[in-house]
Design a protein around this ligand. Structure first.
Ligand code: ADP
Ligand code: MG
Length: 492
């Protein structure tokens, strides 16, 4: 096929994301939701669908859905309805899933992505609704039988449905990353894809721009960013190949096979599939109080877009640094805690943007390297925000050089005490006594008489060599600026 004909196809993607609500207990029962518990230890009679059990709506889950809706700039519906979605599956003991269908709790909204630096694009949100998760069928415990674990049955999910607004796998990934970050800042979902807390159904079609949208295939339950990108790219080529050879794309549900990177048909899609939705007679319509929504809105944390903007505008951080710092809530929390301590100790002696920049360099450089080469985490690292701020304070006040600070940082990984205490303990203070430095400069130049002669004859490059020798003689503790000034004076 000529590559030019491929270029005229446009790929269209819409996502249905299932995000597990962060909550202590399930959507309609008080059974706990802890991940990794032994099978069937977190199951109430309601989750196991014993006859006559009545669901009781967990208001904490409702608040999580509202907060998520607010974070998505979406309309919160004051009245919504839980319906039964009927189907048979061994890990669905009730024979139906309680979900929302025609009247979801959250309506239209949007989320902005930046597929390329400086290029913002809004992805429309169609709706967000609350529903129960199903249990899990375990097919690999025995060759004879399938076992069912109901721990997950009844756990609250938010299904977030986008408009078909994405145009490439990289836009879809940018959206998912952004959504994950938002959920984590809101504290409404932990975003852990390996544990299945966030998974996506991917709808894909191709068409010629300017013509109606093509027929879509839906790829179910892909649970890693990399697989989602692979599935989209495979599916796009499959559909283009079909259309270019005159065959129609059929609407169907497909599965992604991670071992081959391909998608394959699972079942015909379900335009016709009849779930016989009807309002759950055990549950009243969910009616929300406007005042309550406003209270939740007022108490939302600062969200990543605003935080990023504030870090750039107030502290002059680059977009690159700000993006990295904001990318995980605990990164931002650490950085901001350290910055607060640093600003308090520096007062007005150093500009805040200088403090913010040097802290960003140390945080994104040495501190991340420290996390990588040790097995500590943000929770367990001995380099607390206060200690890192203390170290940087010593650099900014020229008590130590940036080079010596690296040694102090290593000591901090294993030794107790503030950076200041460690500097004192190891005698690492910068020499600021000009007289003392001058005498060392003098000694070095006397010793290096030949090189001095060469320098004076025009070998300018030797200046750096002299600086090096003096730093060596002072074990790196001489103030570099002072050394420069004195060297120029004594050589000149
Ligand atoms: P269903 O509930 O049957 O899965 P929806 O109409 O709710 O169908 O749409 C589900 C998802 O499919 C949405 O994310 C939507 O953006 C996406 N979608 C709809 N039409 C198309 C299309 N032609 N191409 C790609 N995605 C589509
Ligand atoms: Mg669907």
């Amino acid at each position: 096929m000529a590559p030019s004909s491929r270029r005229s196809w446009e790929i269209v993607i819409g996502l249905e994301v299932h995000a597990q609500v962060l909550s202590q207990s399930k959507l309609f029962s008080s059974a706990p939701t802890t991940f990794g518990a032994s099978p069937n230890t977190q199951v109430s009679f309601i989750d196991a669908a014993f006859p006559g059990m009545l669901p009781v709506l967990n208001s904490a889950c409702v608040d999580q859905a509202i907060k998520t809706g607010l974070g998505l700039h979406a309309k919160i519906n004051l009245s919504s309805i839980f319906e039964r979605k009927n189907y048979f599956y061994p890990d669905l003991p009730a024979g139906y899933q309680i979900s929302q269908y025609q009247h979801p709790i959250v309506g239209e909204g949007w989320l902005e992505i930046e597929p390329n630096p400086g290029e913002a694009k809004r992805i429309g949100i169609e709706r967000l609704h609350l529903e129960q998760d199903a249990g899990k069928s375990l097919h690999d415990l025995s060759p004879q039988a399938t076992y069912v674990d109901l721990n997950r049955a009844g756990v609250a999910l938010m299904e977030i449905v986008t408009k078909p607004d994405m145009r490439s796998s990289s836009e879809a990934i940018a959206f998912l990353k952004k959504l994950r970050m938002l959920l984590r800042y809101l504290g409404t979902c932990d975003g852990n894809m390996e544990e299945g807390s966030l998974r996506a159904d991917v709808n894909i079609s191709v068409h010629q721009p300017g013509t109606p949208l093509g027929t879509r295939a839906e790829i179910k339950n892909v649970n890693s960013m990399r697989f989602i990108a692979q599935a989209i790219d495979f599916e796009m080529h499959r559909q283009i190949d079909l259309l270019e050879s005159g065959v129609c794309v059929v609407q169907e549900t497909r599965l992604f096979d991670a071992s081959t990177g391909e998608t394959r048909s699972m079942r015909d899609k379900e335009n016709a599939q009849d779930y016989r939705y009807f309002p759950d007679p055990d549950l009243l319509p969910l009616c929300l109080d406007k005042e309550h929504i406003e209270t939740l809105r007022r108490n939302l944390p600062e969200l990543p877009d605003l935080k990023r903007q504030r870090l750039m505008e107030t502290f002059g951080l680059s977009a690159y640094d700000a993006d990295l710092i904001v990318s995980e809530p605990e990164y931002a929390a650490y950085y901001e805690a350290a910055l607060k301590v640093l600003c308090a100790s520096c007062g007005e002696n150093v500009s805040t943007s200088q403090q913010a920049k040097i802290l960003a360099n140390w945080f994104l450089g040495d501190f991340f390297a420290h996390l990588n080469h040790t097995d500590v985490s943000f929770e367990t690292t001995p380099i607390t925000p206060t200690r890192l701020a203390g170290l940087i304070y010593l650099i900014l006040t020229e008590i130590i050089s940036g080079k010596i600070a690296k040694d102090v940082f290593s000591f901090m990984e294993t030794e107790e005490g503030t950076a200041e205490e460690i500097v004192a303990r190891h005698g690492l203070q910068q020499m600021t006594d000009t007289k003392a430095i001058e005498s060392i400069v003098h000694d070095v130049l006397t010793r290096e008489a030949d090189h001095v002669a060469a320098y004076k004859a025009g070998k300018d490059k030797l200046f750096g060599y002299f600086v090096g020798q003096i730093m060596k003689a002072t074990q790196g503790k001489a103030n570099p600026q002072t050394v420069n000034v004195l060297l120029k004076k004594l050589l000149g």
